[in-house]
Structure formats: structure tokens, C-alpha cells
Design a protein around this ligand. Sequence first.
Ligand SMILES: *[C@@H]1O[C@H](CO)[C@@H](O)[C@H](O)[C@H]1NC(C)=O
Ligand SMILES: *[C@@H]1O[C@H](CO)[C@@H](O)[C@H](O)[C@H]1NC(C)=O
Ligand SMILES: *[C@@H]1O[C@H](CO)[C@@H](O)[C@H](O)[C@H]1NC(C)=O
Ligand SMILES: CC(=O)N[C@H]1CO[C@H](CO)[C@@H](O)[C@@H]1O
Length: 355
Amino acid sequence: MAKLLVLTVLGIGLALFRDHRSSYKTRFNAFREVKPVELPNCNLVKGIDRGSEDLEILTNGLAFISSGLKYPGIKSFEPDKPGTILLMDLNEKHPTVLELEITGSNFDLASFNPHGISTFTDEDNVVYLLVVNHPDFKTTVELFKFQEEEKSLLHLKTIRHKLLPNVNDIVAVGPEHFYATNDHYFVHPYLRSWELYLGLSWSYVVYYTPNETRVVAEGFDFANGISVSPDGKYVYIAELLAHKIHVYEKHANWTLTPLKSLNFDTLVDNISVDPVTGDLWVGCHPNGMRIFYYDPENPPASEVLRIQNILTEEPKVTVVYADNGTVLQGSTVASVYKGKLLVGTVFQKALYCEL
Ligand SMILES: *[C@@H]1O[C@H](CO)[C@@H](O)[C@H](O)[C@H]1NC(C)=O
Ligand SMILES: *[C@@H]1O[C@H](CO)[C@@H](O)[C@H](O)[C@H]1NC(C)=O
Ligand SMILES: *[C@@H]1O[C@H](CO)[C@@H](O)[C@H](O)[C@H]1NC(C)=O
Ligand SMILES: CC(=O)N[C@H]1CO[C@H](CO)[C@@H](O)[C@@H]1O
């Protein structure tokens, strides 16, 4: 009986390791080396030296960048300095970076730890910026109104919810209306290590409105980037440690149904969608070990993928840029505007290239 029980427990234990989870090193893609792919005219952005973890470019060429993320287990070059939101105007010939002032009486600047960001522009052209924040390693979503004249962000509201415990990224579909990925990263360190190690796929996607909040997709091995197609009909979700991008159909009642998945040989991080062509631009970590265990002698590489025609039988995937970490370390996000590419990183610099 005892033996049977042991065997049953062992059997259940083994059943937990589905194919991609079977090896920790496979999930982290530990053995991958990068072949460089260069672009003709690239420059590191002056004034960004401690990360540009997420960024979003408005259709008018203004780019918002979150900088200074502190994330458990991940390198920070300035761990004692609060994070910031930076602004770049990509219409300028040589765009410079400006730190946006944050106003509003109820906002604590000292603990600002911005992560994923998303914008929403309403019918009166008011731009709202939603920012995933980790003050004291908790999760909130901060709602700001962008004041272009003053070059500032007015804090309107802090959103907390029990279904938003460890948010990574959000995509806004209204000022107080979004989808969010929960990566479970900020749970108890011991549990977290086991989750990362075993791949328990605890991570899920939440639909949030003040009226109603629910889980709309679950069972991910670290859900990361999330984005919506320009026509609003599809939601794209990056599953970091399974090296997959999932396409979901989005219904009028905001539920999601899975449509298809694409496999990659890299850890897919953030997804940005070109509003003109509908192409997906993905910031990737070719080798995840180097991101989670930083060694300046052997830095994390960067890789940017472009995915065209994702809904067709044969999507076209191109490696647009790749670097072994000599120039750019740990790319998380890439976005395009008028033939230019802006690439962000978890904790290092940002690169601006001509395509
Ligand atoms: C919340 O509920 C109210 C009343 O039912 C409705 O008018 C409003 O559109 C809802 N808001 C959202 C964001 O769903
Ligand atoms: C939402 O809409 C879809 C597609 O029309 C439908 O299949 C599903 O049952 C709906 N779900 C809820 C919770 O209303
Ligand atoms: C990265 O590539 C450059 C140029 O090909 C090479 O000089 C350098 O040693 C490589 N660095 C690492 C860490 O592999
Ligand atoms: C917007 C978004 O997906 N942000 C993610 C970009 O990459 C970093 C690094 O892994 C993630 O932690 C962010 O959540």
C-alpha cells in the first residue's frame, strides 16, 4: 500500500512535467548562443542607463518609456533610485530623452517602481498612461493623464485588486479598462523558485474593469507581454518560458478563446503591434539564464523578432536585430515608428535604429 502510494505520488509528480517543462535548462534556453544580426544605423539612446523595460509609441511619434525597474533576482544598476517615466519625440532628427514630472497629491514618488505600461487615447485626444507599479514589491496599476504642454503626468488613481497580485504587463482598452498578465514573480521567494524551476504554469491573464474583474486565460509558464491587434479582434500573449506566442480571439463580451500558438527558440518578452501594418515586434531573451543570473563577463544577449501575417497558415518570422550583449543587454521590447526601431532592455540601455 505504502509502495503504491509512493508510486502514485511519483506518477503525479512526473505528470506535472509536461514536455517543455521537463528541463529547466530548456525552458531557460540555457545553451543558446547568438549570431549577430546588425542594422545599418543604430545608436544607444543618451540618458538611458538603467533600463527601458517597457515602451509605447503613440501614433504621433511620442514614446513613453519606463525606466529603473527593481525586480526580484534581476540586476539593477541603481537599486536605491526610484523609477521614472521618460518621454522621447521620435519626430526629432536626434531625439533626446526627457523625464516626465509626476504630479498629484496621493502619489508616492519614492517607491515608484514602474514595469509594464500602456496608453489609451480617448475621443477627445486625452492620453492616459497606465503603469504597472511595484511599490515595496507589491503590485498596483497607476492611472495617469498625460499633460503634453507641461510635460508631466497627473496621477489620477491607484488600482488594486486581488486578481492582480503580480502584474507584469497590461494592455489598455479604456482608461480604467485593461487586460493584464500575472507572472507570479512577487510571490514568496521559495514558492517562486519552485515555480520557475518546475514550471508550474501558475501564471494567468485578467480582464479588469472597476465593475468586473475575471480571469480570461490561465496555465501559462510565465505570461509576459500582451497586446491587441489594430482591429481589436485578437489578443497576443507571450509565454516567456514556453517560448510561445499565443493568439486569442477576443469576443464582444471580452472573453478570449485560443486560436493558435507559435513556437520560438528564444524567450519571448514584450509584444508591440505596428498600428499601420499589424506586424508584431517582439523583444526577446535568447538565453534566459543570463537574464536571471547576471554576469557582466557573460551578459544577456538581445534579439528582436518581427512577425508578419500571424493569422495566416505561414506567418513570416524575421530576426531583425541580434547582439550577444556587447552593445545591448537583455532586450525586452521593440517598437517601430516611420522606419525607425526603438529597442528597450530590462535594466540596461535603449537602442534606436534605422530599419
Ligand atoms: C460599469 O457598469 C456601468 C453600469 O452597468 C456601465 O454603464 C459601464 O459602462 C460599466 N463600465 C465598464 C468599464 O464596463
Ligand atoms: C462570450 O462570448 C462568446 C462568443 O460569443 C461565447 O461563446 C461565450 O459563452 C460568452 N461568455 C460569457 C461569459 O458571456
Ligand atoms: C560578442 O561578439 C563580439 C563580436 O563578435 C565578440 O568580440 C565578443 O567577444 C562576444 N562577446 C561575448 C560575451 O560572447
Ligand atoms: C510590457 C511588458 O511585457 N513588459 C515586460 C517586458 O519584459 C520584462 C523583462 O522580462 C518583463 O518583466 C516585463 O513585464
